[in-house]
Design a protein around this ligand. Sequence first.
Ligand code: C2O
Ligand code: CU
Ligand code: CU
Length: 439
Amino acid sequence: LRSVDGLLEVQLEAAPGPAEIGGRTLTVLAYNEGLPGPTLRLRPGDRLRVRLRNGLAEPTNLHVHGLHVSPEGNSDNPFVMIEPGDAFDYDYRLPRDHPAGLFWYHPHHHGQVADQIFGGLYGAIVIDDSAPLPVARERVLVISDITPGGAGGVASASPAERMRGREGRLVLVNGQLKPGIGIRPGERERWQIVNACVSRYLRLSLDGHGMQLLGLDAARFETPRDVEEVLLAPGNRADLLVTAATGTPGPPATLRALPYDRGSMGMGGMMGGSPSSTATVDLATVTVAGEPVAAASAVPRQPAPRDLRGVAVTARRELAFAMGMGMGGGGGMSFTINGDSFDGDRVDTTVQTGSVEEWLLSNSSPMDHPVHLHVWPMQLIEDNGRAAQTVQWRDVVNVPAGGTVRVRIAFDDFPGRTVYHCHILDHEDFGMMGVIEAR
Ligand code: C2O
Ligand code: CU
Ligand code: CU
């Protein structure tokens, strides 16, 4: 679905429905009966209007992850609650200088975010470049995971799985189990990939073909970087160039997620404390066939990204992410930021619009927490004590187990109230979320 004359109007219905996964039919949750939901294509400066109808048996709402739009009213307001059978009209206005790239939409009703996304509610938003990049083809790959349950539905997660962050038994690419991708020798494609898994980290690799990273989340590097693998925490996106090998095509290559240890619950393996994301998963098969093509022209140099490392900081604060034994919703475990569990009626952090802040994100628990802030991207300043050597902007920053990450944020515009949270969405549902108000 593409915007016309600066406007895209869409009707989305979130409802249970059938999906074919790996040769069997499951009842999933879906937007407009699709897994993933429809891809929304926009340009900077566009207006997006979405009527969301709730066909679920529980409340839902909509979040446009990574978009730099107002958090107020019927824009990207995470406090909206749409009851079953009701509808809500969202209206998002993208600034003219909005970055191009891949973004995504998903529900954000506190307490049910993990269940609803795991059930199948997610879709891609593409903001097009003003001039297309020199590639043969652009693909959007939405990677999600799901576990089939007993009665032909989606399995629910046990308390231990929720505490650890559930990982689905099946990992899907655009709703399919291990789809095939065909490419000609020498051909270059652009793959825009989102990790829409609730908790699973994706350490992506592709054997046999060249991979270059154009950017991560909403940020683009000045020139593409050769990479062997890309780590995507839940919510992260990668913008990749894939160039098929030339010469006699070999056997099909595999896009894989390699093992990544995001830590465990600790406590000597009690309560489902085994590490996760630790098996290699085959995601898609890449087959090279057909006539070779001439090498594509170089990607034009991208504008230098903004760098907050040299600017004056208005305020510094620390956000301490912790898991502990406590009264929280986590079945005896508490998931807190600065000691507090989420309360939508409390403002935890107040910032001035126009200011630049430096935040120390610290993690005292034995597992990683991927930290996400709505509306405003974060520049990575220091990762576990090591200063960032390049300019890197993220919407989701992984704070490793027992570690710290320092970021800077420019609150240039958009007063209003929104949230930051752990993007292991089971942790978010357990309360690892805070309210921020920009004044
Ligand atoms: Cu993708 Cu508040 O989340
Ligand atoms: Cu978000
Ligand atoms: Cu977490």
